[in-house]
Write a protein of this length. Structure first.
Length: 441
């Protein structure tokens, strides 16, 4: 295999990521849930029994690499197809070729990178050929195929979800790149574990990004004639970050998300936005932050402002649609909103108290009157007997107890008077008073 790209009379080396691209299943790092010994995708590839499938995952996790491994192993004709540069006319030409090959007993595998970029009409052009078996379609996408791939086409494909690589896996890749003959194995590279960790943390699960960053920092390292030394300053300049500040054990990662959470809880929008910026500028996944913010909306705001959860989920969706750097403004908006929102942890406290009782009293039976008597036998032994249907009453309330007898009268929800929760508290007090007055009625 020629590892050089010719340009006129010059030969340029391939990028490091291309030179190190795995050629066999055993070369692939990560995705053990799919490629570990005995796992279904590994067996399919090893037995050359590939069927139509979609690889779904974030950038740099091995979707195209998997396709190349299949191409190297299969006896079928393998065609690479780009959703960026190909149109319906190109699809029809390839499909006709596949039909012709099938007549001679040769299977055709068509790999479509970024299949989500195809519109419905383009995706529809594949459908009849997939249905009649003229082609085996393998698509790769960073977007949720449930939304981006034609439903009829998707129903004929098995979806395999690829996960972001762990930092340890990426560090292993970086070390391999430094020592491999295809990488920098013929050079003396001096680079600390801390710097490798910085690169891995910045890559955020993207192997291609990590290897490209490593190549950049080594090419810009300090060369003294015999060895190249990579310093933290070189890394910061190459990735345009002042400091990642996420130490090897991940402690600073948790320190900063804790600082963000506690700043919002303390109704301090300025501090909250600062810690948000610290995380984003260090390369943190915005979806991770959005998930933590969604938790905060219920844990620390709750029914004091029920809209907080809606807006937190909307912010998560905006981050998913747009990504960095544009989604920073969405996260800033929700962080400021939650900082200024009235606070209540009553929902969190209610669950914690109920969880304790549930764990201690797992054997408490469901009261007969609120069991569902779906058969005659169940009804004969008392299932549903005495059940009171609230909608049949004038006040839409009954005094019926729904807790196990041993816990009757226990209260877990203790509403505050903060924000809108004050209204929930008033409503709850009136319900309890009504039930007490009608207890024996």
């Amino acid at each position: 295999m020629n590892d050089q790209i010719t340009f006129g009379d010059y030969a340029l080396p391939q990028p490091l990521a291309a030179r190190l691209r795995p050629k066999t299943i055993d070369d692939i790092v990560g995705q053990e849930h799919l490629l570990g010994e005995g796992k279904v995708l590994r067996r399919i590839i090893e037995q050359d029994m590939v069927s139509s499938m979609i690889f779904w995952g974030p950038p740099g996790v091995g979707k195209t690499t998997l396709a190349n491994v299949i191409a190297n192993r299969t006896k079928a004709r393998f065609i690479n197809f780009s959703a960026v540069t190909s149109g319906i006319k190109d699809i029809r030409v390839v499909m006709q070729q596949a039909d012709d090959s099938l007549r001679f007993g040769e299977k055709t595998i068509v790999f479509v990178d970024e299949i989500h970029r195809f519109n419905k009409a383009q995706q529809d052009a594949f459908l009849p050929f997939v249905e009649k078996g003229s082609i085996i379609l393998i698509g790769a996408t960073t977007e949720n195929p449930s939304f981006e791939v034609n439903g009829a086409l998707l129903s004929r494909c098995k979806v395999f979800v690829l996960k972001p690589l762990t930092e340890d896996a990426i560090i292993g890749l970086l070390r391999r790149a430094i020592t491999s003959p295809d990488g920098f194995g013929d050079q003396k590279i001096i680079i600390s574990d801390d710097i490798l960790y910085m690169i891995a943390a910045f890559a955020n699960g993207d192997a291609r990004s990590a290897i490209s960053t490593l190549e950049m920092v080594i090419l810009n390292g300090d060369f003294d004639g015999t060895s190249t030394t990579v310093t933290a300053n070189t890394v910061e300049q190459c990735i345009s970050k002042k400091s990642l500040l996420y130490d090897k054990n991940g402690e600073e990662h948790y320190n900063i998300i804790s600082a963000l959470h506690k700043s919002m809880r303390n109704s301090d929008p300025d501090a909250a936005v600062y810690w948000l910026a610290r995380m984003l500028e260090a390369g943190e996944d915005p979806l991770y932050i959005a998930r933590r913010i969604t938790r905060f909306a219920s844990e620390d705001v709750g029914l004091a402002d029920p809209r907080a959860l809606e807006l937190a989920v909307a912010a998560y969706q905006a981050c998913h649609f747009i990504g960095m750097p544009e989604c920073s403004v969405h996260l800033t908006q929700i962080v400021i909103y939650l900082s200024l929102a009235p606070k209540s942890n009553a929902c969190d406290v209610a669950y914690m108290e109920a969880r304790h009782d549930a764990a201690e009293r797992m054997a408490e039976p469901v009261p007969l009157h609120i069991r569902n008597g779906v058969t005659k036998l169940m009804k004969d032994i008392g299932y549903g007997k005495g059940y009171q249907y609230a909608h049949d009453t004038e006040d839409k309330l009954t005094a019926m107890s729904c807790l196990p007898d041993a816990l009757a009268g226990t209260e877990y929800y203790h509403p505050t008077t903060q924000g809108l929760e004050g209204k929930f508290k008033d409503r709850y007090e009136k319900i309890k008073e009504w039930k007490q007055n009608h207890k024996n009625g």
